[in-house]
Design a protein around this ligand. Structure first.
Ligand code: NAD
Length: 513
């Protein structure tokens, strides 16, 4: 029933047969409906989670609000020390947590471990950051005055996350928010609730060991209705939401209607431009990993290849030959390249996309299809597909969260390829494969890629925690993780101090009494 050491992993992570989906730390409760979590790997029921009712939510918010008053007063480097301990717990539990991610979400075990490694890395980053939450000092225009800015904690940060990175996205937000002095309330995807329970158990143990109050890390569970409790709650100054563009548009409007801040990390439609000067071998590896890795369920998955006509046939043949070698099956078995989609609903969307591209005049050169039989009982395994298409097709404009790759042809200069690359509503990740300096620099210039991420001689997929992560246009404009992404989790205050006995006004304005 529960293969590959899953039973042991669940037990190491404190997962029960029925889990309380609302938690303020060591206090776990919930009175809402039951969510059942099934593994896309083999279709088995993994475990159940009680979802959060309105009353549970109120209790969580009460604890979070109280905890904030204490947590914000603990010096930032001491908060960093707590995050350091949390990172160490993740190191100890990397294998069971990586396994749960793989089993509940369906990505390969290697990628599951990679996700936990990202959590560890962002903790390390946050520890250093805890001594660098600095503002600027400016010269006042008034004599005997000093002016500077400082960053203060914001309050309760709401985190809504997607199924495809069920643990890392939470950590990207929470590790930074914690060192910034915020407390967090997290609603994981209803498709991966157990990953949420596991992470909350790990965090809660650290806060408890350090005698810190309930509520610095809170968990709530359920579908969009539970998410809406946070988006409509004016006690939450910042909602960080990761997921589809459809969701982001609703969340952004709800949060904006109460003039709250939202940090949006939404869908992508990522392309690799392949120019006549590309290294074909590197291109094929980057494109195939980008398109089929995590079964095409990464926000940065490669969806479009924009290939110069002079090398189009050569790249096409190399891709088809690479796709023929792909092994599809259990993601916990390291010899497989492609695991399952998250659920059978995702399989239907994949099938519809293949049908639609043909209806619009596309040509399937690697056909795809749903796999049946031994090892594929969950009904979630599909064959990665490749279609020759045009950028203006409606289906190509749309993000299908599955391994479907569209080949688009361009002629003439790299500008034409850039125009195709930018000709979608999304703006997350982009890449160019070229050894030509002029083409690479054009792609990175102001007239180049309009995405939040633009790579040269690397695919679109995957990112390091050190950079700010996110995208433009309908991807939502948010930035998380490295660089100065921490600033969104704090409020900025400008301070002017007068150390004279005069009261001069700014801009030389006179006001004599
Ligand atoms: P989804 O939009 O269906 O759900 C994401 C989360 O939003 C879930 O927790 C869901 O319960 C919640 N939600 C949905 N409607 C809501 C509402 N009205 N109010 C409040 N919460 C609501 O997305 P998914 O299928 O879980 O994830 C796949 C999508 O996420 C893809 O589009 C992918 O590109 C995107 N994604 C983006 C990034 C990024 O960093 N840009 C990262 C991962 C995933």
């Amino acid at each position: 029933e529960k293969p590959f050491g899953i039973k042991e992993a669940l037990s190491a992570l404190g997962i029960q047969d029925i889990n309380n989906g609302s938690s303020t730390g060591s206090e776990n409760f919930a009175s809402g409906d039951i969510i059942e979590s099934y593994s896309p790997v083999n279709g088995s029921l993994i475990s159940k989670v009680k979802s959060t009712s309105k009353a549970d939510y109120e209790k969580v918010m009460e604890k979070a609000t109280e905890a904030f008053k204490i947590w914000r007063k603990i010096p930032a480097p001491q908060r960093g020390e707590i995050v350091r301990q949390f990172g160490n717990k993740l190191r100890d539990l990397k294998e069971p947590l990586g396994k749960l991610v793989s089993y509940e979400m369906g990505k390969s075990y290697q990628e599951g471990l990679g996700e936990v490694q990202e959590m560890i890395d962002i903790c390390d980053f946050a520890v250093g950051l805890s001594r660098q939450l600095h503002g600027l000092t400016m010269h006042s225009e008034r004599p005997g005055h000093r002016m500077y800015e400082q960053y203060h904690s914001l309050g309760v940060v709401g985190i809504i996350s997607a199924f495809n990175f069920p643990v890392a996205v939470w950590a990207w937000n929470t590790a930074l928010a914690w060192v910034c002095g915020d407390v967090c309330v997290w609603k994981p995807s209803e498709k991966t609730p157990l990953c949420g329970i596991a992470c909350q158990n790990i965090a809660a143990a650290v806060f408890k060991e350090n005698d810190l109050p309930e509520g610095i890390s809170c968990l709530i569970n359920g579908d969009y209705k539970v998410g809406e409790m946070m988006t409509n709650d004016s006690r939450i100054p910042l909602v960080s939401a990761t997921g589809s563009i459809r969701m982001g548009k609703i969340v952004a409007q709800a949060v904006a209607s109460r003039l709250g801040k939202s940090l949006l990390e939404l869908g992508g439609n990522n392309a690799i431009i392949v120019t006549p000067d590309a290294d074909i071998k590197m291109t094929v590896i980057g494109a195939v990993f980008g398109a089929v890795g995590t079964a095409g369920q990464r926000c940065t998955s490669t969806r479009r290849l924009i290939i110069h006509e002079s090398i189009y046939d050569k790249v096409k043949e190399a891709l088809v030959s690479a796709y023929n070698q792909l092994r599809i099956g259990n993601p916990l078995d390291e010899k497989n390249h492609v695991g399952p989609l998250i659920d059978t609903e995702a399989v239907s969307l994949y099938k519809q996309a293949l049908q639609k591209v043909v209806e619009e005049g596309g040509n399937l050169i690697v056909e795809g299809g749903v796999l049946e039989g031994e090892g594929y009982e969950s009904g979630c395994y599909v064959k990665p597909a490749i279609a020759e298409a045009k950028n203006e097709f409606e289906i190509v404009q749309h993000e299908t969260f599955a391994p479907v790759l569209y080949l688009l042809k361009y002629s003439g200069d790299v500008e034409n390829a850039i125009e195709i690359q930018n000709g979608v509503v999304q703006g997350l990740s982009s890449a160019i494969m070229t050894n030509n300096l002029r083409e690479a620099e054009k792609f990175l210039s102001i007239a180049g890629s309009d995405c939040g991420i633009a790579n040269v001689n690397i695919g679109t997929s995957g990112a390091e925690i050190g950079g700010a992560f996110g995208g433009e246009k309908e991807t939502g404009g948010g930035r998380e993780s490295g660089s100065d992404a921490w600033k969104v989790y704090m409020r900025r205050q400008t301070n002017t101090i007068n150390y004279t006995t005069e009261l001069p006004l700014a801009q030389g304005i006179k006001f004599d009494l």
